[in-house]
Write a protein of this length. Sequence first.
Length: 211
Amino acid sequence: MPVVLTKRISEDEILAIWEITESYEEFEERLHRTPWIDNGQEGTIHPIKRLEYLACRFATEHLAGAINIPFHGVYKDFHGKPHPKGDEFFLSWSHAYPYAVSCIHLKKPVGIDIERPREQLVRASSKYMNDEERSLVEGNTLDQLCLIWAAKEAIFKMNGRSGLSLKDDITIESIENTKKKVLSKANINGSIKKISLDFFRMKENWVVYTR
């Protein structure tokens, strides 16, 4: 099992990172030995996306076992957000091949994102950053832009992938590089909600998750 990191964040929250070394056939063989009712891959055609999807599922199974809670498989809702069958916990996924990450929270919705700094984040910055956030980026450094993007994605996933504009509804207020924390606010259904996130580096990627 290529889980390269299991991180217990709190009594109620835990995440795992899976490094994909398996072939699709190896994942399928293992999947068919589980009690899951379905394989949840409907509509997933791209071969890398299918590998990432299965890695997220197995990372979730690993997490459930690590904290001794039931696991009966995963389904996705209308917006593509994953949920555990039985709804015993809250769940969020992300992937940046060859890594897939899963995060479980026992009491409240959670969001996680893994991103690799890349030039596309500079070109697209006007689409996801608002004026309040410009002071956070020193010379448009890719790392800072990546953290802003990943934090917004994590909040977007926490909310259920619907009803939020990354640029207009989510504002990153500060990035504390020493403490590895992000402070933000989001306009959710007309109410301003303060959201705290943590982050860490995983080789060339940043992993950001809600608390």
